[in-house]
Structure formats: C-alpha cells, structure tokens
Design a protein around this ligand. Structure first.
Ligand code: UD1
Length: 363
C-alpha cells in the first residue's frame, strides 16, 4: 500500500513515516519544507533502513499536486501539512486561512480526480473550544467558531466541516479526523524530534531549550488557574504513540471486518481523540523534566497567556475500544526522549545533508 504523507518532514509527520515504514507501507512524502527540514527525511530513512520518496511541493499549487498523483498510485493520504503557530495565526490570519484551507481543498480535489478516497486529517483538541468540560469525548460540543481563540484553531474546525460536507456528498470517500491533544517527546533514537524555528511557543520544546542552556529560564504562564497547583493542565501525548494511532486508523480503510463508529449522513467519517486521558500541570512537566535530565530548570511565573484555559484532557476510550490504541509512553518517557533529541541536536536539524529531492513539476 502506498501512503502519501503531506507534511511528512514535520514533527508528527516524520514520526508517522517511521511507523508506516516499519509497518510495511510505502511512503510518499510531500512537503514544501516551509517549517520543516529535509534532514528529517534522511533520518527517517536512517532509522528504518527504508526509502522515502520525497516530492518538494506546496499544496497550494494544485497542478503540481496533480502531477504527483499522475506519477504515483496512492492508496491513502495522511494530511499533516499546514501552518500551526497559534500566536502567529492572529497576526497573519489571511495567510492561515488561505494556506490551510486551500491546501486541504486542493488535496481533496486531486484525490477525487484520481479516485483515491481515503483521507486521515490531523485535527486538534482546539476544536473543542474554551468552554468545554473534561474529560473531553468525541461527542463533546464542537462547532462554535467564536469559541475558539485563534485563526489557527478556526482553520481546524473549518476543515473538519469541509470534510463532513465532502463525505456527505460522496459516500465512497472515507475520512478520519484525529484530534490530537498535546504531542511532545521524540523518537527513541534521538534522531528525529521537534525542531521549532525561533522561540518555541509550546511548553516542552521551551523546557528542552532551557535544559540545554539555549534559554535562561522557563516562563510559566499563570499560577492562579483552578487546578491542583494553579498552573495549566494538559493532556501530553508521546509523538510515537500518536503516530501509531495513525497506523491503526488505516485499518478503517484497509481492514473493514471490524466495526467502527462512523459519523456523517453516509456513515463515512470517523473521529477519534488521541491523548492519554491524564492531565499534567506545567509544574508536573517541569518537575519530570528535571528528574530525567538531572538538571534544574529555572523558572518564573508570568501573566496568563491569552486564550489559555484551566485544564484540557480527553477521554481516550473510543480510540482504545475501536482502534485498539493505547498510549503506552508516560510523562517521563516524553521528557527523556525530548531531552535526548535536544542534547543530540542542540541546533536542531543540520540541513547540509540534502535529500534526493524530486521536484513536482507542471507538465
Ligand atoms: C497549543 C494550542 C493548540 C495546539 C497545541 C499544539 C493554544 C490555545 N492552543 O496548546 O491549539 O494544537 O498547542 O501542541 O495555544 N506554557 C507555559 N510556558 C510556555 C509555554 C506554555 O507556561 O512557555 C503553558 C501554557 O500556558 C499551557 C501549557 O503550558 O498551560 C501547555 O501550553 P502549550 O504547550 O503551548 O500547548 P496548548 O496551549 O495546550
């Protein structure tokens, strides 16, 4: 089976390519390398001793994408590609709407044209908005754009709606929406991990940079939340567990003897939360990191960050019952692998080593 991974050079994409290759799938990676590195693809090949076919292509150019589908027979698409910086999305809303929405619409159009109708989409817990009660199930309320605090999050919810409408209009299309909680950690090899450009927005990559001395101290955003220690609580999930969730989801397309609970008028859209179901506070994460790294993480308390809420964690039962998926790696594994990657790659990926790029040219 040939799986096209859009955004495969990124953090979650690269880990998922490893699991796909290990499971025996052929991987065709499409990426514009805007926010990622082709060195990640080299390292996926190193970890697995298998080849990835890589096309440098921006999904906003539909002709180029079409060209790839003319060259390759694709059985399913996993769509990671998209802009994802929450803060930036508020200053560049048009760029986020244009890029994220056009990319998925082009992808669906080209898939339809080539009769490839199996799509997994990376969604986010952000679609549940601010006024949600925990634990969050897939049936928790979704759907109010005003309840989401930033344009990035709104693109996720808008895309989910587009997928619903396409699935309802075409019963042959199978769509899987995976709503990620807080993906962190890195591959055990220390070869691939999260490599944010500039100042990290998210907690664990920021702690990782403090741990190796790249930043002086952690700023904890708020200590007056209604949580056990006053700091925000989130459902951190190891990126390898998350990646395995994608591999198990592919069974919905390729191994249909099992019963999966579908949504949508034509019963062809499937939604799963991917999180551990356990909430950890910012201080829990900092303390676990200090333990595994055997290092002190200096920190200060700052004001709350706009749009943050007390606590967010999921109920992972649907994914467990139907996909047979369980998150096996705990908070210590997450911190240990994050630290290992950061230590091995203090400057992130080294782009000197260019992968053999195939350009997706217009005919
Ligand atoms: C954020 C996004 C979410 C996105 C996810 C990707 C928001 C509102 N949500 O989730 O849409 O899918 O990242 O993983 O931005 N914190 C600090 N100091 C820091 C960074 C974070 O104290 O330097 C705290 C935050 O206040 C929060 C927790 O750490 O309580 C987790 O923050 P973060 O890693 O940014 O993830 P989310 O905000 O949960």
């Amino acid at each position: 089976m040939n799986i096209l991974v859009a955004g495969g050079a990124g953090f979650i994409g690269s880990h998922t390519m490893v699991e796909l290759l290990n499971a025996g799938y052929n991987v065709i990676c499409v990426d514009n390398l805007y926010n990622s590195s082709n060195e990640a693809i080299n390292r996926v090949e190193k970890i697995t001793s298998k080849k990835v076919k890589f096309y440098l292509c921006d999904l906003i150019y539909i002709d180029k994408l079409n060209q790839i589908f003319l060259q390759e027979k694709i059985d399913a698409v996993i769509m990671f590609a998209g802009y994802k910086a929450v803060g930036e999305s508020s200053t560049k809303p048009l760029e986020y709407y244009y890029n994220n929405l056009l990319s998925i619409m082009n992808m669906i159009e080209v898939m339809r044209k080539h009769n490839c109708k199996n799509l997994i989409f990376s969604s986010s817990a952000t679609v549940y908005g601010q006024n949600v009660s925990v634990p969050i199930t897939e049936d928790s309320y979704v759907g109010d754009l005003k309840n989401i605090t930033n344009p990035y999050g709104r693109t996720k919810l808008m895309i989910e709606q587009i997928l619903y409408d396409v699935a309802n209009s075409d019963k042959d299309f199978k769509m899987i929406i995976l709503r990620y909680f807080n993906p962190v950690g890195a591959h055990d090899s220390g070869l691939i991990g999260e490599d944010p450009k500039g100042i990290p927005n998210n907690l664990m990559p920021y702690i990782a940079q403090v741990a190796v001395g790249k930043r002086s101290e952690l700023h904890i955003f708020g200590n007056d939340y209604n949580t056990k220690d006053g700091t925000g609580v989130r459902d951190y999930i190891h990126v390898v567990d998350l990646s395995i969730g994608h591999i198990l989801s592919l069974n919905i397309f390729f191994n249909s003897d099992k019963k999966y609970t579908a949504d949508g008028i034509n019963n062809n859209i499937y939604i799963y939360n991917l999180g551990t179901g356990i909430g950890y506070s910012v201080l829990d994460v900092k303390n676990a990191y200090e333990k595994v790294a055997n290092i002190k993480i200096p920190y200060v308390f700052d004001d709350r960050r706009l749009g943050d809420i007390d606590e967010l964690y999921c109920s992972p039962h649907k994914a467990k019952n139907e996909l047979n998926w369980v998150a096996k790696r705990d908070l210590f594994d997450m911190c240990e692998t994050s630290y290992n990657f950061q230590k091995n790659n203090p400057k992130g990926y080294d782009d000197m080593n260019n992968h053999n790029i195939v350009f997706a040219e217009r005919k």
